[in-house]
Write a protein that binds this ligand. Structure first.
Ligand SMILES: [Zn+2]
Length: 259
């Protein structure tokens, strides 16, 4: 039994049986666009892959809008972005990439989208789900808000047999991951030392040429700055930050934001 008072006092580290991020053996990363995971948590991804963790990227949109080049047609950019993500994933050791192909900049919550994410969770059975924090203040991009909220709902409901019950007829089983871990979060409660993986992260991010090559030195220094900032929290040179949330905190819980 969880002693709630102890848990609130002691914080996440006192949650019984919670696996450390570094101990995970299978992770589903739900991202709005190709590159979001690589930029946010590429070091952690590389570290986990090195530890033998199976990592699956589920990318919800097709990235057709990520350009200011008038001559770049959407279909052409979609192909380039997919190729860049494949190359970056190879650098980090990601085994599988699933694309849902929703139009970039037009992702809004729907039961259809939620069902697709629940289906992937039930098929792949990850121990944890990583996604962008939908409660990030001032996040103006609908794809990011929607990805975070849909992935969280899918995490919450994938273990309940009467949610998308037709999956059972197809041979899938209800399945609940242990926790969800948000990145690009302003309320981190967990840090992963990526000092030995920063170079790999930078190499992977740089594979997204269409997004970063025009101002690489700026992006490189920004990524390093963030890494140092989080590193200070755990006395390491570089780190990445997550807000890890077990399901019990994701509904009707006024203490969730402070966990
Ligand atoms: Zn994005």
């Amino acid at each position: 039994m969880i002693d709630f008072e102890e848990l609130i006092k002691g914080g996440l580290r006192t949650f019984p049986g919670l696996k450390k991020i570094e101990e995970l053996k299978k992770v589903l990363v739900v991202q709005p666009h190709a590159d979001d995971a690589d930029v946010g948590i590429g070091g952690t991804i590389a570290k986990l892959a090195d530890n033998g963790c199976e990592i699956i990227y589920l990318t919800l949109t097709d990235d057709r809008c990520g350009t200011s080049d008038l001559s770049m047609l959407p279909e052409e950019l979609v192909k380039i972005r997919m190729q860049e993500q494949e190359e970056a994933a190879k650098v980090l050791g990601v085994k599988e990439i699933i694309w849902l192909g929703y139009h970039d900049s037009e992702l809004y919550p729907s039961l259809e989208l939620r069902e697709k994410i629940i289906r992937v969770i039930r098929e792949k059975k990850p121990e944890a789900i990583f996604t962008v924090d939908p409660w990030l203040m001032y996040e103006a991009h609908p794809d990011h808000r929607t990805t975070g909220i849909m992935a969280t709902e899918a995490f919450m409901f994938s273990g309940l047999p009467n949610v998308n019950r037709k999956h059972l007829e197809e041979g899938l089983e209800p399945y609940a991951a242990e926790y969800i871990a948000f990145f690009v979060t302003s309320k981190p409660n967990t840090y992963v030392d990526i000092t030995n993986y920063l170079d790999k992260k930078l190499e992977a991010v740089r594979k997204h040429k269409s997004q970063f090559e025009y101002a690489w030195s700026f992006f490189e220094s920004y990524i390093k700055y963030q890494g140092r900032r989080y590193g200070k929290q755990i006395n390491s040179q570089y780190a990445e930050a997550f807000k890890v949330m077990p399901g019990i905190f994701l509904h009707y819980n006024v203490d969730a934001s402070e966990l």
